[in-house]
Write a protein that binds this ligand. Structure first.
Ligand code: HEC
Ligand code: HEC
Length: 355
């Protein structure tokens, strides 16, 4: 009851209405108002709709705050590392190191994933262990081999920063910062990191055409008797979002999904990644084992381990070591993969470090 009265009181203090000569009322609020501008994500033609969580709509103010936080080094224990340190725009929002190194100079065991078209993903990390972008963003900050900070500290650094309290108020209506609002803002920014302007997209939109080599590469990509890539990397997002074993190893070192579920039938399964912007995101695979696309294509051609535990039934030619492409076919497939490059995505000024 007391709280209720207090809220009423604040309301009366904050709103001051003058009756004008005619019937309209003119009100001025003495409190600075909270009016975030709701926006829709910029969905490229041919892409599916993006599901935005009801409790975290995209707003201009939230996205801008999220951009600042994505590049904010105060979120790390010694103020030297931000999300953008391992997810750098020039590298397709990923890392060129095989294993990303955190603030204490300790390397992790997996390759940093590109932050791109995440609004369509069903789960996050190579093993899909995080269900939402909001949940995911809690983890790197406290990860001991990544940013190695604790949330109360991170929040108090933001609270005493000259810009953040006001930015949080504009985005969320309060200048009392907490970790939930931090991850909401970061997730809003991440949902805007949409890449859909590659040559492949322009060809689908009939604005441009493939070269004969790219066209042949695309048919190899899309046919069972060619490269057979479309089974898992098909569609406009170049992933079916499943978690599968593509046969990298006969003996598993990283159990992937199996380590999350505890089921041996999940051992060796990793998320099917997007193939967009590969030219920026080397090295490849969950452990960054391949430095070049040629190595990746050689693997699918003749390096597949048919005996790998739980290998996907969609690796149709695993028992023959792979799809056995000729040198010409490999070059064509690579030419097609390079049409998935979207340079306008990595240079988009809205996505860069604001500082
Ligand atoms: C030290 C390097 C490092 C830092 C700093 C870092 N990340 Fe990552 N990020 C990674 C690695 C490595 C992975 C893959 C880890 C795995 O799958 O186990 C990853 C995965 C992700 C994913 C999953 C993407 C997908 O497609 O599933 C998201 C989202 C992400 N990071 C966001 C962030 C955010 C937000 C921050 C800052 C709060 C951040 N990262 C800080 C290295 C880093
Ligand atoms: C059975 C499903 C499946 C098929 C078929 C398949 N892939 Fe993959 N692909 C995956 C999975 C799963 C990964 C991640 C594996 C890992 O890191 O453990 C992957 C990873 C990749 C990567 C690395 C991307 C990155 O960001 O690291 C490239 C490139 C790639 N695949 C290209 C292809 C090409 C080209 C073909 C056809 C010749 C193909 N894939 C066929 C499931 C598949």
């Amino acid at each position: 009851m007391k709280a209720y009265l207090a809220i009423l009181l604040v309301f009366f203090l904050a709103v001051n209405c003058k009756k004008k000569d005619f019937e309209e009322e003119e009100c001025t609020t003495t409190e600075k108002s909270y009016e975030p501008t709701i926006v829709q994500p910029n969905i490229p033609q041919g892409f599916p709709q993006m599901a935005i969580p009801q409790d975290n709509p995209l707003t201009i103010e939230g996205i801008e705050l999220g951009r600042h936080l994505f590049y904010e080094k105060k979120l790390s224990g010694n103020n030297t590392m931000s999300c953008g340190s391992c997810h750098a725009p020039s590298l397709g929002f990923s890392d060129s190191a095989r294993f990303s190194v955190g603030i204490d100079n300790i390397a992790g065991t997996r390759q940093a994933m590109p932050i791109m078209n995440l609004g369509w993903k069903l789960n996050f990390f190579w093993d899909g262990r995080s269900a939402t972008l909001e949940d995911q963003a809690f983890l790197p900050v406290v990860d001991e081999i990544e940013m190695h900070e604790n949330w109360p500290n991170a929040v108090s650094k933001l609270q005493s920063d000259p810009i953040y309290p006001d930015m949080f108020r504009k985005a969320f209506g309060t200048d009392v910062i907490d970790s939930v609002l931090v991850v909401k803002a970061i997730a809003q920014f991440e949902r805007t990191l949409i890449s859909g302007n590659s040559k492949y997209d322009r060809v689908l939109r009939r604005e441009e055409g493939f070269t004969p080599q790219e066209a042949n590469g695309f048919s190899l990509f899309s046919s069972l008797t060619g490269g057979d890539c479309f089974h898992c990397h098909g569609g406009i997002l170049t992933t079916d979002h499943s978690i599968q074993n593509n046969g990298l190893d006969a003996t598993l070192t990283d159990l992937g999904l199996g380590a999350v579920t505890g089921l041996s039938s999940d051992n060796g399964k990793f998320k099917v990644p997007s193939l967009r912007n590969l030219v920026f995101t080397a090295p490849y695979m969950h452990d960054g084992r391949f430095n070049t696309l040629d190595e990746v294509i050689d693997f699918y051609s003749t390096g597949v381990h048919g005996s790998s535990p739980n290998i996907s039934p969609n690796m149709e030619f695993a028992s023959q070591g792979g799809v056995n492409l000729t040198p010409g076919e490999k070059a064509d497939l690579k030419a097609f993969l390079l049409t998935l490059t979207d340079s306008s995505f990595i240079t988009n000024p809205d996505f860069q470090d604001p500082n």
